[in-house]
Design a protein around this ligand. Structure first.
Ligand code: NDP
Length: 246
């Protein structure tokens, strides 16, 4: 294990996919990781694995739609490790469908998790970052916000709203205290589209994922790259997609 990355990093959506492997990647580089999601059994198993490998990890049941849960996550990082250097606001859902299906519950869920969840993270961490004089927000947005495709309107909308949010935050924070990074993955092999409701849409998305998807480790390395930069260097936007993705 390399111990070069002396950072305290909170990660939402750490129970699977990109969040999970990012936790492993950052911990292996020396970071202390504070892991939040709803499936705490998976978080506990992940933390055990990280600790067995000599890393530092804490876990918390977090539903990002609840503001207080993000406050608890940030507080845990500060209580346990003395500070919070980075919040990776990664939790997300992709309940995609054509707009005309009017799946308003899915729209609400995506807005609540993908957008409101990030806002809750900012509300919790920003005061701590300001008090410390240092902090970094990393979000996983998406290439679906860069190239709009049918069935992904609301999902892409939430991702582009987060992209806009981080850019505004960046412009409001040019005193050197805050860094913001928007990571835009393309197809990545995770559980994300297994939760699509409509069987036909789900199968189509799963097939695209299986045919094209890159490993979540590729995204984790990009997140680590952004985090490892010196304080006066900000990686604003990074796109990581399969070479064959259109
Ligand atoms: P996964 O489905 O594997 O991971 C999603 C994570 O989000 C899980 O850990 C899940 O944990 C968590 N989550 C969902 N809802 C909530 C909630 N209400 N509160 C807390 N955590 C929640 O998918 P990915 O790893 O692929 O997704 C990670 C991020 O990357 C998402 O934001 C996604 O939109 C984005 N992304 C993914 C791409 C891909 O192709 N895979 C492409 C572009 C972006 P739990 O259910 O335990 O709460």
């Amino acid at each position: 294990m390399t111990n070069g990355l002396d950072k305290v990093v909170a990660i939402t959506g750490a129970s699977s996919g990109i969040g999970e492997v990012t936790a492993v990647e950052l911990a292996s580089r020396g970071a202390a990781v504070v892991l939040g999601a709803r499936r705490t059994d998976r978080l506990e198993a992940l933390a055990r694995k990280i600790r067995d490998d000599g890393g530092r990890a804490e876990v918390l049941d977090v539903d990002v739609t609840r503001r207080a849960d993000l406050d608890r996550l940030v507080t845990l990082a500060v209580d346990r490790f003395g500070r919070l250097d980075v919040l990776v606001a990664n939790a997300g859902v992709a309940r995609i469908s054509p707009v005309a299906d009017l799946d308003v519950d899915a729209w609400d869920a995506m807005i609540d998790v993908n957008l409101r969840g990030v806002l809750h993270g900012i509300a919790a961490a920003l005061p701590v970052f300001r008090m410390q004089g240092r902090g970094h927000f990393v979000t996983t947005v998406s290439t679906s916000g860069l190239k709009i495709v049918p069935t992904q309107a609301v999902y892409a909308g939430t991702k582009n709203a987060v992209r806009t949010l981080l850019e505004a935050l960046r412009q409001e924070s040019t005193d050197g205290v805050l860094r913001t990074t928007s990571i835009s993955p393309g197809y990545v092999r995770t559980e994300l589209v297994d939760h699509v409701e409509d069987p036909a849409q789900r199968e189509q998305a799963q097939q695209a994922m299986a045919a094209l998807g890159i490993s979540p480790e590729a995204v984790a390395r990009a997140i680590a790259f952004a985090i490892e930069q010196p304080d006066d260097v900000e990686i604003g936007d990074l796109t990581i997609r399969p070479t064959r993705q259109g």
